[in-house]
Design a protein around this ligand. Structure first.
Ligand SMILES: [Zn+2]
Length: 420
């Protein structure tokens, strides 16, 4: 069993706080009211350069892969290293902490390792475009690394929200070599393990009064669209029992999804959301002849998520059919649950225990880059509390003091898994 390494938490909190405040400054965000930075913009470039400089000062070799994922390591290529990091892009109306706190805390672990002379083999990664704010595709950088994209998508389908030009074109213009994207996979080659620290984006830790959490799994999800066809009619002249009102099927399905998700959640954490609804033609004096709504169903048990999806699909079909309408359900994307590695979880729990820090073991409802890493590398995540669970908002708030505890736990967990 390894010795626990204690750190000067006050000093670490100061450094983490300073990095976060610096990266909230005007050179690092394109909005005055929020953090707004995404791939291939000047403010994103400045953010990567900030990390490049700090890591260079620590003697790390820093480079960017062919699309712009940032990598920094303190061992030569080919030698085993432990990976740690997150993302430093933001939601378009984002806060200071989502993602950035994870990269800043990873940097702090690298600093502590150097300062305390621990000599841990480390590789920091900051993934490109996690939030999808530039190109509308979540986890884009890490999915490229994991090979979960196609060349066709990168060349054609993935397009900038701002100007509609392709990811490929933008990447080339920013000086990268997107044609070499398959080589991005190599950035995980030498990793013996992986840790990402992130704000919780929920309020489990706050309610438990704990500063840190150990993630057990990242929820899987089904994203789908339901399209209902009825018949558009005059809203004044058509009697109630002669209507084929597609809107009523959408409304009933929305409530049914709530009921199904609540019932499933009694057994295992499950949530269901209808986030997009549109009615056709969408006019005040016309009975909607068409309706479209989205489904977002997530949970930590793939079978249960699948069941809720199938029950809701069945409900929409039945409800539409009974009234002489049709419902078509189309899956957009299905992603399975990503369990975290048991050995990494126990290293984190051991480190938190030896640090005398109470912690919660919890799952992540939100997606993270770690989902892309976990297919190849034993992976884990540390959560820190965020006020009232608020994220993706300039109101987002988390404490550098908690991230310092996270840094101590990560440092010790890495030391324990590296030596055993
Ligand atoms: Zn994030």
């Amino acid at each position: 069993m390894s010795q626990h390494v204690s750190i000067d938490r006050t000093r670490s909190a100061e450094r983490i706080g300073r990095d976060i405040e610096t990266l909230a400054g005007p050179a690092y965000t394109s909005s005055e009211r929020a953090i707004c930075r995404y791939a291939y913009t000047d403010v994103y470039r400045n953010t990567l350069d900030y990390f490049r400089e700090r890591l260079g000062e620590l003697g790390f070799r820093v480079y960017e892969d062919p699309v712009g994922n940032l990598v920094a390591r303190n061992r030569p290529p080919g030698e085993p290293v432990f990976g740690l990091g997150s993302h430093c892009d933001s939601n378009r109306n984002g806060g200071k902490y989502d993602g950035t706190m994870g990269v800043v805390t990873a940097l702090e672990v690298c600093r502590l390792d150097a300062e305390l002379g621990l000599g841990l083999p480390l590789q920091l990664i900051s993934f490109l475009e996690e939030e999808g704010s530039g190109f509308g595709q979540m986890l884009l950088g890490s999915r490229i690394v994991a090979g979960r994209v196609t060349e066709r998508a990168l060349r054609q389908d993935v397009r900038a929200i701002d100007d509609g030009r392709s990811f490929w074109e933008h990447a080339e213009e920013a000086g990268y070599q997107p044609s070499r994207w398959p080589e991005c996979a190599a950035i995980l080659d030498d990793l013996t393990g992986w840790l990402e620290l992130h704000i919780e984006q929920g309020r489990v830790l706050q309610d438990a009064g704990h500063r840190v959490g150990v993630v057990s799994a990242i929820a899987g999800y089904v994203h789908a669209d339901v399209e209902v066809r009825g018949r558009a009619d005059h809203a004044g002249a058509t009697p109630m029992d002669l209507r084929l009102d597609a809107g009523t099927v959408a409304a009933a399905s929305l409530l049914e999804l709530q009921r199904l998700a609540r019932r499933a959640n009694e057994k295992v954490p499950t949530v269901g959301t209808v986030g997009e609804v549109s009615l056709d033609p969408g006019l005040i004096n016309v009975v909607p002849g068409g309706a479209r709504f989205s489904l977002d169903i997530r949970g930590v048990d793939d079978r249960v998520v699948g069941e809720v999806f199938h029950q809701l699909s069945g409900f929409a079909h039945e409800r539409a059919g009974r009234e002489g309408m049709t419902a078509t359900v189309t899956e957009r994307q299905t992603v399975p649950v990503t369990p975290m590695d048991a050995r990494i979880i126990s290293a984190l729990e051991g480190a938190a225990g030896r640090a005398g820090e109470p912690y919660t073991v919890l799952h992540s409802g939100a997606a993270h880059d770690t989902m892309s890493v976990a297919g190849r590398v034993p992976a884990g995540m540390v959560f820190v509390a965020c006020r009232d669970g608020v994220s993706h908002s300039p109101e987002e708030e988390a404490r550098p003091e908690d991230a310092a505890v996270g840094a101590e736990v990560m440092l010790n967990a890495i030391a324990a898994t590296t030596e055993s």
